[in-house]
Design a protein around this ligand. Structure first.
Ligand code: LLP
Length: 402
């Protein structure tokens, strides 16, 4: 679908996030279809874009949710995700979070250490419950992605080694308050090669077979998220090959396949709209200063991530420029060396692939109100998050002013 960015920017002002909900639906159906012939559940990774309307859009199609805080679990529930489709992962869950997750009776609590298992056991005991758990296995595989978003190496804080996992399953099976029913791995994000995932999947499937032989009834096999997307000219993994590989590696294991895509589902549904404030040149460089900044879209500053930026409908001669925001940091840029035509005050720039880890990583740094968010579905646009106001920003401080 072609979106009328100019009309949207006039209607809702900038900086603005716009999401194409039809694109999200297509992505969901493509992935679900790839798993056909096998019991499967797509647990959307809420952290990628936690807007309630985005989660609800996916929930209506049947998606579950992968959450990393009790806040995300609550978002998923409010957005209408079935509790029995919610997984709670993360290396540092607090007792209150575990307590709430058990009370809500979600599908699985995903454990990342032995110490955490003991906490979950004791909280479950205090509630007189049996906690359904899975264990995140760290298969020590290099996913060949940016080091900040690689998670399946022993250098990373995530998951437990195979031997430890086995010990934990044996312990959990004997515990009156733990019910080990799932196994999980996630080796990293923005993965563009199938091989490392296949290797990890094979290792974890073997462990699941060993566990079944020990009469530990693994019913959920969770392959994590990480499917990469096109930001520039990357070659991505075909979802059909991905699903076929997983079906193949888990052959004979009677399990429901779970996967936790975030970026795959929403990255290229999203556009960040920002307006030009000024052009600025010095003897070596050209800068275009815009009204969006690193507090709105952190990925370029944090990972030197590339996001395509274009000036709408302006075909004049292009020269390289840095697109920078108003935040007081040299690291505040949305793009470097971007080829753009001469621009005027209020010209619109479109930053592509901004649907994942865009708004969800935004902040109020420099006392900037966070952007509004808009959904476009079936040719109709609607606000799904109001633009923050200055009053919102100071609400929790004002009463303490002496
Ligand atoms: N499951 C687990 C256990 C995860 O840790 C993650 C992402 C996902 C699923 C979803 O991964 P995805 O399908 O979106 O690749 N802020 C970074 C990405 C951090 C990813 C963290 N974990 C970025 O902007 O690239």
């Amino acid at each position: 679908m072609t979106l009328d960015f100019l009309a949207l920017s006039n209607k809702y002002d900038t900086p603005l996030y716009v999401y194409d909900f039809d694109y999200i639906a297509d992505r969901y159906h493509a992935l679900k279809e790839a798993f056909s012939g096998q019991k499967s559940l797509i647990n959307y990774a809420v952290k990628a874009n936690s807007n309630l309307s985005v989660i609800s859009h996916l929930a209506k199609m049947g998606a579950g949710a992968d959450c990393v805080s009790i806040g995300e679990v609550k978002r998923a529930i409010i957005a209408g995700v079935d509790k029995y489709k919610i997984i709670f992962s993360g290396v540092g869950k607090k007792d209150e979070e575990i307590h709430e997750a058990l009370k809500q009776d979600i599908l699985l609590i995903n454990l990342e250490s032995e110490a955490e298992m003991k906490r979950v056991e004791s909280v479950a005991a205090s509630l007189g419950k049996e906690a359904r758990i899975s264990i995140r296995v760290n298969p020590n595989i290099d996913p060949k992605t940016h080091p900040y978003i690689s998670t399946g190496l022993h250098d990373n804080k995530f998951g437990v080694e195979i031997d430890v996992a086995k010990r934990m399953y044996i312990y959990a099976k004997k515990s009156a308050n733990l019910n080990p029913v799932g196994i999980h791995f996630h080796i990293g994000s923005q993965l563009t090669e199938l091989e490392p995932i296949a290797e990890a999947c094979g290792i974890v499937a073997d462990l699941a077979r060993t566990l079944k032989a020990l009469e530990i009834d693994i019913r959920f096999f969770d392959v994590g998220g990480g499917l990469g997307v096109v930001y520039d000219n990357e070659t991505t993994i075909s979802v059909k090959e991905y699903a076929d590989m997983i079906k193949e590696k888990t052959k004979g294991l009677d399990v429901t396949l779970l996967c936790e895509p975030g970026r795959y589902m929403v990255a290229n549904s999203g556009y960040f709209l920002t307006k030009v404030l000024y052009e600025k040149r010095n003897d070596t460089k050209r800068f275009v200063v815009v009204d969006g900044a690193m507090n709105d879209l952190l990925r370029p500053s944090l990972y030197e991530a590339y996001h395509k930026i274009e000036a709408l409908g302006n075909e004049n001669e292009k020269t390289p420029t840095d697109v920078v925001g108003p935040v007081c940091e040299s690291g505040d840029f949305l793009g470097k060396g971007v080829l753009l035509p001469q621009l005027n005050h209020n010209d619109l720039l479109i930053v592509h692939s901004a649907g994942a880890y865009g708004f969800s990583m935004s902040s109020n740094y420099n006392t900037r109100n966070r952007a509004a968010e808009v959904a476009v579905e079936n040719g109709k646009d609607r606000l799904i998050r109001a633009r923050e106001t200055f009053e919102d920003l100071i609400a929790l401080e004002k009463e303490f002013l002496v």
